[in-house]
Design a binder for this molecule. Structure first.
Ligand code: NAD
Length: 379
């Protein structure tokens, strides 16, 4: 199997889909890997490292002349050229914006979306979502610590006792739990909230106090383990009960998300302005509207003296680590798709079934087809 790694086309994207270690493993399994010149530079992997690992380092056209093209993102316009019969694997975000995946399908490519990885034990080592959420959760806290005009840990000094910063994390999936763990390591006093009852034990296990509010949790979780979208009234009540907890912290990190849906609004502008001046919010849900009313994606706004940050590509800040994790996940996925060297997309395989968006020129994922029928949303 010939695996191609084109460079990411966006300047803001620093990750690369395969690292030299990943290339070495694939070559060990009998595959050929072609990497576009410069593809790994921004992630800290130069062309020599790729060549040493056994990759062919080639101009872009060479990296697209492959059986499988892997990418971090998959929306570069030229990917559709000559795509007939090729498999494209990337973070296509097809439930939110299916245009890139549909364009490839129309060009005759097979498309697999990394976001659709099933959250099962079998697919755990291919779970790019968890990998990227881990990096984003860590980076969110580091960013908040940098912006906050106070230290995180409690210090006993000759100049008096410095009180610890108070951090609240709303949404305790993979990113939220990593944010809690990171804030704890920096010495903050941390609390966490998630509407899924199962999250309470996980919040406590990473060292945070669990914020418990009186709410009906009978319909908050779907079969897949993901949260279910809540009604406007449910979220309004949740905001009311969360308000005093938000007002009492110096740093708020929000991560609440529903796959393919707008982010739930958990924090209103009034709740933000009730925080003390100089407080910091990092809204990891910014790409889909954010959990906080004042959030603007990829911008920093000041609301009542509180800094509200809406970074959408924090994973790129730790491009080396993020690329290593992504690459390992992809190597495991490719090993699953081509166990004997040749690529085989068995539609009955649960991982293929979950992740396959398009094959044979058509979109085969019903949710993606439904999203494609709606008016386009911005990325
Ligand atoms: P996510 O990014 O989809 O959402 C983040 C968190 O937001 C979730 O914990 C969710 O409950 C919470 N949330 C959503 N709406 C909310 C609201 N209105 N109010 C409060 N909180 C809200 O989550 P994720 O990190 O991708 O994890 C999703 C699920 O998958 C979790 O249950 C996680 O434990 C599970 N998971 C399983 C595996 C595996 O078994 N291999 C791997 C990773 C994650």
């Amino acid at each position: 199997m010939r695996v191609g790694v084109p460079a990411e086309h966006s300047e803001a994207e620093r990750r690369v889909a395969l690292t030299p270690d990943g290339v070495r493993t694939l070559i060990g399994h009998g595959h050929t890997v072609v990497v576009e010149r410069g593809a790994g530079h921004r992630a800290g992997f130069d062309d020599h490292a790729f060549a040493d690992s056994g990759a062919e380092v080639a101009p872009r056209a060479g990296s697209l002349d492959a059986d499988v093209v892997v990418g971090v993102t998959g929306d570069a316009p030229d990917l559709t050229e000559g795509a007939q019969g090729r498999l494209h694997i990337a973070l296509f975000d097809p439930l939110w914006d299916p245009r890139a995946a549909v364009a490839l399908a129309e060009a005759g490519a097979d498309v697999m979306a990394l976001e659709l990885v099933p959250r099962t034990t079998q697919a755990q080592n291919m779970d790019v979502l968890s990998s990227m959420a881990t990096v984003a959760g860590y980076e969110a806290v580091v960013l908040a610590a940098r912006r906050l005009p106070r230290l995180f840990p409690m210090l006993m000094t000759a100049a008096g006792t410095v009180p610890p910063a108070r951090v609240l994390v709303l949404g305790a999936g993979v990113a939220g739990l990593q944010a809690i763990a990171t804030a704890r390591r920096l010495g903050a006093v941390v609390s966490g909230y998630d509407m899924r009852p199962a999250a309470a034990e996980q919040i406590a296990s990473v060292g945070a106090r669990v914020v418990e509010i009186t709410e009906d949790t009978t319909d908050v979780e779907g079969d897949s383990g993901y949260a279910r979208e809540q009604t406007g009234e449910d979220n309004r009540r949740r905001r009311e009960l969360l308000a005093p907890h938000v007002a009492g912290v110096d740093v708020l990190v929000t991560t609440a998300a529903i796959p393919g849906r707008p982010s739930p609004l958990l924090v209103t502008t009034d709740m933000v302005t009730a925080m003390s001046t100089g407080s910091v919010i990092v809204d990891l849900a910014a790409a889909r509207g954010g959990n906080c009313e004042p959030t603007v994606a990829d911008a920093e706004v000041v609301e009542g003296g509180v800094n509200v940050l809406g970074p959408t590509r924090l994973e790129s800040q730790a491009a080396t680590t993020a690329s290593r994790m992504l690459s390992t996940n992809l190597v495991n996925l490719l090993g699953h798709l081509a166990p004997d060297g040749g690529l085989r997309l068995d539609p009955a395989d649960p991982i293929v079934e979950a992740m396959l968006v398009a094959t044979g020129g058509s979109v085969v994922d019903e949710q993606v087809a439904a999203a494609a029928a709606e008016p386009p949303r911005s990325r």
